[in-house]
Write a protein that binds this ligand. Structure first.
Ligand code: PMP
Length: 398
């Protein structure tokens, strides 16, 4: 089927079969290759959303296709009573990238990775948790208890208790909230879902010092910032003097497959004991094989360098447009927020889509870019060329 009928038919089927929790889908997508995706009518888009920072290598990357096909063709899912090579190899590789001894718990999503962190915190014997206002850690009840966005929490109260939310980026507020009773402090190095909010320099270091002085665990939620997204394997590695006790990962770790990880160091690594926690698909060999392909490809193709290079080009290029709707660009690597001078992000998102670019609007005045890490020069150039027209369109100037 071609023409508008194809998209319309998808919309009708969606209404009759899927829950409405995400609202009306913007577009049925049927195929992808690298940064390009195509809709049901054959229109091509450049994907600067990347599955919300998930498609580390873009769509249909040969390394992922090969790793997944080979693994599913030899050993698919086994239970956690057994052990498969890709699971072990991915845990070892992650620890190597952290450069520290530790232990990994594999799961299927970011929320699940944070649930495990929550339990690790409670197993310290303390209950109190400190999280940040505006922070996002997932939609399951424990993760939601730590999420600092009231609108997402309120329909589901009561949530697991004894969680204090403090303003993000405010080391003094953190110091005042953390006590000898605090089990863990959870922080995103950059608040992605709130609109790519970067804390002041020294914040993570201060959080490390505050938690160390009271014996609380420092949990860094790197679900959105980790695995090369910001030009470092993990964003905290860009901050001197920060060694977290727990790091949670998901999204692009699986390169498009559902894969999450809770990585713990020191005493935090020893707290989960048999019977405490688990999940059927955690450590699934196919997902872990994809994870290894992601890490190999980032290393082999110099993608951390590419992230830094394309980030700079995007930042300079976007700010250099001098468009009245652009305030500034914030973020790190290929997790960028274009801060608008007016709350027109949803309109920019739509105008971009009409022009063949998929972007995202996490806040009324922020347009978020999180393209694959192997984003090329041509794609950056294409966006920079199209952006003035997109912004004019959103601004009602055309
Ligand atoms: N933590 C952060 C920082 C996230 O950005 C997200 C997802 N946007 C999550 C946790 C939840 O991840 P998932 O949707 O895989 O459960």
């Amino acid at each position: 089927m071609t023409g508008t009928a194809a998209n319309a038919e998808y919309a009708q089927r969606w209404q009759g079969s899927l829950m409405n929790n995400y609202g009306t889908p913007r577009l049925p997508l049927v195929r992808g290759e690298g940064v390009k995706v195509w809709d049901a009518e054959g229109r091509q888009y450049l994907d600067f959303v990347g599955g919300i920072a998930t498609n580390a290598l873009g769509h249909a990357h040969p390394a992922i296709v090969e790793a997944v096909s080979t693994q599913i063709g030899s050993l698919g899912h086994i239970s956690n009573f057994f052990m498969a090579e890709p699971t072990l190899a991915l845990a070892e590789r992650l620890l190597q990238l952290f450069g520290r001894d530790g232990r990994v718990f594999f799961c299927n999503s970011g929320a699940e990775a944070n649930e495990a962190a929550f339990k690790i915190g409670r197993l310290t014997g303390r209950t109190h948790i400190v999280a940040t206002e505006g922070g996002f850690h997932g939609r399951t009840m424990g993760a939601l208890a730590m999420t600092g966005q009231p609108g997402k929490r309120e329909p589901f109260l009561p949530l697991p208790g004894d969680v204090t939310h403090v303003p993000f980026g405010d080391a003094q507020a953190l110091a005042a909230a953390v006590t000898e009773e605090t089990a863990l402090v959870i922080i995103e190095p950059i608040q992605g879902e709130l609109g790519v909010v970067v804390p002041p320099a020294g914040y993570l270091k201060a959080a490390r010092a505050i938690t160390a002085s009271t014996g609380a665990l420092l949990v860094l939620d790197e679900v959105q910032t980790g695995i090369g997204r910001t030009g470092h394997w993990f964003e905290y590695q860009a901050h001197e003097g920060v060694l977290p006790d727990v790091v949670t990962l998901a999204k692009q770790l699986g390169g498009g497959l559902p894969l999450g990880a809770t990585v713990a160091f020191g005493r935090a690594a020893e707290l989960l004991q048999p019977g405490h926690h688990g999940t059927t698909f955690g450590g699934n060999p196919v997902a872990c094989a994809a994870g290894l392909a992601v890490l190999d490809t980032i290393a082999n193709e110099g993608l951390l360098e590419n992230v830094k290079r394309q980030s700079e080009k995007l930042r300079d290029g976007i700010e250099g447009l001098g468009h009245p709707l652009i305030g500034h660009v914030r973020g790190a690597g290929l997790l960028l927020g274009i801060v608008l001078t007016e709350p027109l992000a949803a309109k920019v998102q739509q105008a971009a889509q009409d022009a063949g670019f998929l972007v995202n609007a996490p806040a009324p005045d922020v347009v978020r870019l999180m393209p694959p890490l192997n984003l090329g020069d041509d794609e950056v150039e294409a966006l920079l060329q199209a952006l003035p027209g997109i912004l004019d369109e959103a601004n009602g100037d055309e």
